[in-house]
Ligand binder design. Structure first.
Ligand code: HXC
Length: 282
């Protein structure tokens, strides 16, 4: 879909880059010529993904860090600079989430998710943007949010995530304006259901839930990782230079399906449609 040198010369730091969608984006960006620096808590998946990138002939390195800790983020960025000379692009992909009834949550459960998603995104964005501004160099940030943030509707049963992702979207739009004068561009992607081990084990813990979600989807399928990775590549590329402060939804129409009052008529049997059509009044 793209020229193979679309991201040539770029150095991209991806949080949560060892697994799931972060891993898929990293591999795709490597195909398009970028150097990758992966940051996450667990070293084993980081190493495995970095090795898979190198097999493609691209450059990759990683640092293990908890992005809730600003000093750890600064150390990871220092390691990336040592390896590649600098970082020009950030993908805030790391997230924490689980299904729970909110009245059962402890304050620390809320903090854990908000710490990773909202504060972690701020830590990485702040640490890199300070460097870009001081060096008078352009920068590029892509934040992975959710459709319940993009639609501004929140969601029950994932309240810490809904609060945190809404904050990340507000940060994206606020900084897109504030830092445009520094040539720092910020955008977001709001993915719908894209199966990953991390998200699925927490959000679709039973097979019935997965089937229910698929049946409820207007396209009756989940997203494919390449579909999201290609959108991310476009938004990060110079082809999207004038796209700033935008949030692109990629969910096959799922959130709209919950928004329209009569959308669940898609499940009506033909016999019911016949009755409706016969009873039509002028
Ligand atoms: C209720 C829970 C819980 C659960 C943890 N806690 N899991 N409470 N229900 N299922 C509580 C703990 O009891 C504890 O509170 C507090 O949360 C912190 O838990 P820890 O395990 O000590 O924290 P930590 O090791 O930092 O783990 C953070 C985490 C974990 C968020 C809880 O799930 C994680 O590491 N997740 C990262 C990967 C991930 O979540 N991926 C999915 C992202 S999907 P107390 O009071 O006992 O100390 C996503 C997409 C959304 O974001 C859109 C989908 C369509």
């Amino acid at each position: 879909m793209f020229q193979t040198d679309l991201l040539k010369g770029r150095t991209i730091l991806i949080t949560g880059g060892g697994t799931g969608l972060g891993r898929s984006m990293a591999l795709r960006f490597a195909d398009l010529g970028a150097n990758l620096f992966l940051v996450a808590r667990r070293e084993e998946p980081l190493k495995e993904t970095a090795d898979a990138i190198r097999v493609k002939g691209a450059r990759a390195a990683y640092a293990s860090a908890d992005i809730r800790d600003f000093a750890a983020v600064e150390n990871a960025i220092a390691a990336a600079e040592k390896e590649f000379g600098g970082v020009d692009t950030l993908v805030n992909n790391a997230a924490g989430n689980f299904i729970a009834r909110t009245e059962k949550l402890s304050p620390n459960a809320f903090n854990a998710v908000v710490g990773i998603v909202l504060q972690g995104t701020f830590h990485c964005t702040l640490a890199l943007a300070r460097k870009w501004i001081a060096a008078k160099q352009p920068g590029n940030v892509l934040n992975i949010v959710t459709t319940y943030a993009a639609a501004n509707c929140g969601s029950g049963f994932v309240v810490p995530s809904a609060c945190a992702k809404a904050g990340v979207l507000a940060m994206t739009r606020s900084l897109a304006v504030e830092w445009a004068r520094y040539r720092i561009r910020l955008n977001a992607i709001a993915p719908g259901p894209f199966p990953t081990e991390g998200a699925w084990s927490r959000l679709m813990p039973a097979r019935e839930l997965e089937e229910r979600a698929k049946n409820h989807h207007p396209m009756k399928r989940f997203g494919r990782h390449d579909e999201l990775a290609n959108l991310a590549a476009y938004l990060l590329s110079s082809q999207a230079e004038y796209v700033n402060g935008e949030c692109v939804v990629i969910d096959g129409g799922l959130w709209l399906c919950g928004a329209g009052e009569f959308n669940d008529f898609a499940d009506l049997p033909d016999a019911m449609w016949a009755t409706i059509e016969q009873s039509r009044t002028r």
